[in-house]
Structures are given as structure tokens and as C-alpha cells.
Ligand binder design. Sequence first.
Ligand SMILES: C[S@@+](CC[C@H](N)C(=O)[O-])C[C@H]1O[C@@H](n2cnc3c(N)ncnc32)[C@H](O)[C@@H]1O
Length: 196
Amino acid sequence: MSRWQQFFIDEPELALVECSKCSKRATELFRKHNCKTILDLACGAGRESRFFSTSFPFVVSSDYSISGLRMASAKGNTNLICSDARKLPFPNKSFDAVYCYGLLHEFIGNNAPENVRLVMSEIGRILKNNGLLILTVLCGDPVNGDPEIPNVQFFSDEMYFDATTGFECLEYFEYDDISCTGNPYYHIHYGAFVKS
Ligand SMILES: C[S@@+](CC[C@H](N)C(=O)[O-])C[C@H]1O[C@@H](n2cnc3c(N)ncnc32)[C@H](O)[C@@H]1O
């Protein structure tokens, strides 16, 4: 069982965490770019999907933790797909936008760079041409990490921009947002990109 699968079972209060500031900015950009089909990739308990579905007609939420998807469903989210982000069950060029908050740093160990590459390749494959990508990843020291947030791979600036090679950057910030566990000091790289 993955650590997230267990985490969503052990911590029912994760269902109550409010959506991030990032999701509000993403909503503005989805409107501006006339996005209608949106994938919330690694949606967890579905806090962001729920917010998006109040404004957009077709929001799909995917995650590999069934326990997270159950919480997402209980919140009223529909179009829930259980899948690994490294091999997504969607056709090529099927979404106007992909929203990915807090996934890439989940890959740790020697295979992390390859796993990040696989996820980014899948995002590129399922996005339509000129599709929008909103991507956040924990920002920090990749070597020493932060003992308060174990089991993750912090991303340097270089790692973040390496991961997004091939996408055109529309805007980028480094700031604190609300994590899926409710921590308001979740220091992240945020970027909005277009598939070029
Ligand atoms: C930090 S949480 C973010 C959840 C959600 N995006 C949010 O902000 O509320 C990371 C999520 O990534 C999911 N995850 C981790 N590895 C995954 C993988 N290989 N494929 C799909 N989901 C994955 C976990 O199940 C968890 O829901």
C-alpha cells in the first residue's frame, strides 16, 4: 500500500483542507485560455477539483490512491480515475489544461528523475496543442531536504525548469501556499506553461 493510500485512511480530516491559492490563479488562467476540459492530476482528496468544477464544464480527477478518490467522491467530485501518473489512460491531446499540484516531489530515490520525466511526458502527450499546464512542486534543498517534510524530493530551480523543458513558461513564482494536509507554509515552485 502506498503511503498516500494509508494516509487518506488514517487522517479523515484531510477531507476538510481548503483549496490552494494556486487553484484560484489557475481558474483565472483557465478562463483566459478558454479551457473546457481540465485534468486535476494527482488530485488527492479532490479539494482543487471541487473548486474547478464550480466554474468549468468538464473536470477529470485522477490519483493512484483509491482512499483519496473516495474522499474526492464524497465531496461531490465526478469523473474520478484511479491511475498512475506515469502511465495515464487518456488519449493523446485530450485536455485543454492539466493542473498538477504537489506530485513531482513524491518521487524519491534513484528512479526519481526517470519518474519525473515519465509524468512530464504523459502530461505533454495528453495536452492539446497550446494546452495549459499549471505545475507546483516543493521548493528547497534537493540534497539536505527539510526534516519537517520527510519522504519527498525537494526541487531546486534548475530541477524545476529541467522538468518543464519543452513547455513555454507564461509565469513563474516561488511562494508559500496551502498543502493538501493544510500546512500554510508549503513553499513551492509555481508555474503556468503552454505546450508549444
Ligand atoms: C501532496 S498530495 C497532493 C494532492 C492534491 N493535488 C492536493 O493538492 O490536494 C500528492 C498526491 O499525489 C498522489 N500520487 C503520488 N504518486 C502518484 C502517482 N505515481 N500517480 C498518481 N498519483 C500519485 C498521492 O496519492 C497524493 O494524492
